[in-house]
Ligand binder design. Sequence first.
Ligand SMILES: *Cc1c(COP(=O)(O)O)cnc(C)c1O
Length: 314
Amino acid sequence: MMDSFYKPTVTRYKILCEAKAFPSDQYAFTSQALAHGLDPATAIIEISPREGEFTLREEDILETIDKEGDSIALVIFSGIQYYTGQWFPIESITKKAHEKGCICGWDLAHAVGNVPLSLHAWNVDFAVWCTYKYVNSGPGGIAGLFIHEKWHETEKPKFAGWWGHELATRFNMPPTFSPIKGAQGFQQSNPSAGMMKSVRKRSLLLTSALEKMLKASKYFVPQSEAREKGTAKPGFTIITPSDPLQRGAQLSLLFFPLGSETMRTVFAYLTANGVIGDEREPDVIRLAPAPLYNTLKDCEHAAEVLGKALESVA
Ligand SMILES: *Cc1c(COP(=O)(O)O)cnc(C)c1O
């Protein structure tokens, strides 16, 4: 976003931010200043808390913008400070920045999914965020960006990538870039979709491994023997199809004797030992090695704990 929105001139070239911003932001500000031939020491203004205080006062931020605004090209803060947890007054800072003719952008990595945001209503020029914190997407989760509608006609991506090209002709692979209006035009690459092949490959490996381990248990009852009645002794069968083409990651385990406490006892034992499954009353536990993060070791552990759980019932 800074590539497009930070356009320093001779008189208006500074970046205003909070002191001790997230390192990535500090590096971005410094490297952006350098890329424009500026000295970061003079181009970047950092606001620090008053002596003896830990967080910034709104009045101090607004006053700095008032005083230095004419030389500031970009006001850029985090929505919530990653270290102190301070939620900055996004609306009033943005308003003040605009009064002084500055662009105002926000790093919302710690704010998205954490506090309510009304970026359009607050007139924010642009914002960026990741989704692996309060949106809980986990590693590899995609990022997000916002560009105010008022820029849609005038502000085009400065560095283009094929995923930002207008949808109607994207797959014609034309040699000239024609961006989608607004934030979508700033996308450079295909988001991390299209992974299902490798995810499935791993899923097949894990689930069939878990199935094999479970079937090796002395408590396992083949479906043919289990049928409807099950067994009188504590044990289990797998009711999920054994053909991998007829299932996903999940294996549903039916516990015997039917209608006894076996399932509940086993489920409590599993949970207490770090194996998180799902109970379906009265007799089923669903286990699913999640291909994105479970390992063969997890499967071994699950099978082992299940064996011990049944031993405690038998
Ligand atoms: C976590 C965090 C980042 C880092 O985000 P990445 O998507 O990993 O680059 C940047 N800024 C703030 C304020 C953060 O809290």
